[in-house]
Ligand binder design. Structure first.
Ligand SMILES: [Zn+2]
Length: 325
């Protein structure tokens, strides 16, 4: 455990509005009910190690939900393990995710514009880091397609897939080619794309290998894949420098650039460029390399240093407050 505050006590560490509290309490009730919608399951690490190789980092997430975060001592990958089953997540995304995580009930113009500006950032990142021309773009988990909208405006042929019907409809009304389906449907149709965007989605996947198999099939020759996930090492600049605020039960994997690269290598993807944020570009080579590097100490020393820094900052603030009183 990273510290006592990471023990399960059902208390949130961020302020929640009424709607969030109601959703959270429903999830807790369901999680505690053996016949509820959220049964849990354990799973092996991507390196093959099981429970005996896991150290527990936390027992709860930022909402105070029961969610055990572990790190694998054999490779350093951080996971939510056990996780809910696929059926559990399907129910959770359908009923509670939006209420708990989003500050809006349905997509609106403001939300869409913000996503389009995010699209510009991704577009610029790719322009800076890759010389390959991009004409066709697929986004997996596109929501209302705001990110794709920017690529569309810049002249790319865009396609988006997502399971949220309301979001898909919103983007379709903007003239975007969005579809309410899983990306594997596109494989059956023989579709290929120069660029596949997976933005804050990979960390939600239950089976990374299966999903990447689909990505591989959908990439054109020389195609590239943009992957963005919330990076652990970027906590120096995000989530109030607090690993507990960063933790959320919908994230099954918690990556650093290094652990992401190692997992991608396992499935035949090669890192072209990336940073701690994590923003990254990969290409498929088919060389399934398992370097077997262990990032356990690298990740643990970062998390301990972060926790230590946070504690000191709180103490300093307390003593300053005392002086002004
Ligand atoms: Zn492992």
């Amino acid at each position: 455990m990273l510290g006592e505050r990471f023990l399960y006590d059902a208390k949130p560490v961020i302020s929640l509005d009424e709607r969030q509290i109601e959703a959270r309490n429903r999830v807790i009730r369901e999680q505690e009910d053996p016949n509820g919608h959220y049964p849990f399951e354990s799973f092996c690490c991507e390196c093959g190690a099981g429970e005996e190789a896991f150290d527990v980092l936390a027992e709860k997430d930022r909402y105070g939900l029961k969610s055990r975060t572990v790190i694998c001592r054999k490779c350093g990958l951080v996971m939510t393990n056990p996780r809910m089953t696929q059926e559990g997540y399907d129910y959770f995304y359908d009923k509670e995710y939006g209420k708990l995580y989003r500050d809006h009930d349905a997509p609106d113009e403001m939300y869409f514009t913000k996503r389009a500006l995010k699209g510009k950032q991704i577009y610029d990142y790719i322009k800076t880091n890759s010389e390959k021309p991009v004409s066709s773009v697929l986004e997996i988990g596109c929501a209302a397609g705001g990110i794709l909208y920017y690529f569309h405006v810049m002249g790319c042929k865009v396609t988006g897939v997502d399971l949220g019907s309301e979001y898909i409809r919103f983007g379709q009304e903007k003239g975007l080619n969005l579809r309410q389906c899983h990306s594997r449907e596109l494989v059956k149709e023989g579709k290929k794309f120069d660029l596949i965007i997976i933005n804050h989605v990979l960390e939600h996947f239950l089976n990374i290998g299966e999903e990447l198999e689909v990505v591989k099939e959908l990439l054109s020759q020389d195609g590239i894949c943009y992957i963005e996930v919330p990076g652990i090492k970027y906590l120096t600049k995000s989530y109030y420098m607090d690993f507990l605020i960063y933790l959320q039960n919908a994230h099954i994997y918690h990556f650093t650039l290094e652990t992401l690269e190692q997992v991608m290598n396992k499935y035949g993807f090669e890192l072209l460029t990336g940073d701690d944020m994590v923003r990254s570009l990969f290409r498929y080579t088919g060389n399934q390399t398992e370097k077997g590097k262990n990032y356990f100490l690298d990740v643990m020393s970062f998390l301990y240093a972060l926790e230590n820094y946070r504690e000191k900052a709180i103490q300093k603030k307390k003593s300053e407050d005392n002086k002004t009183e």
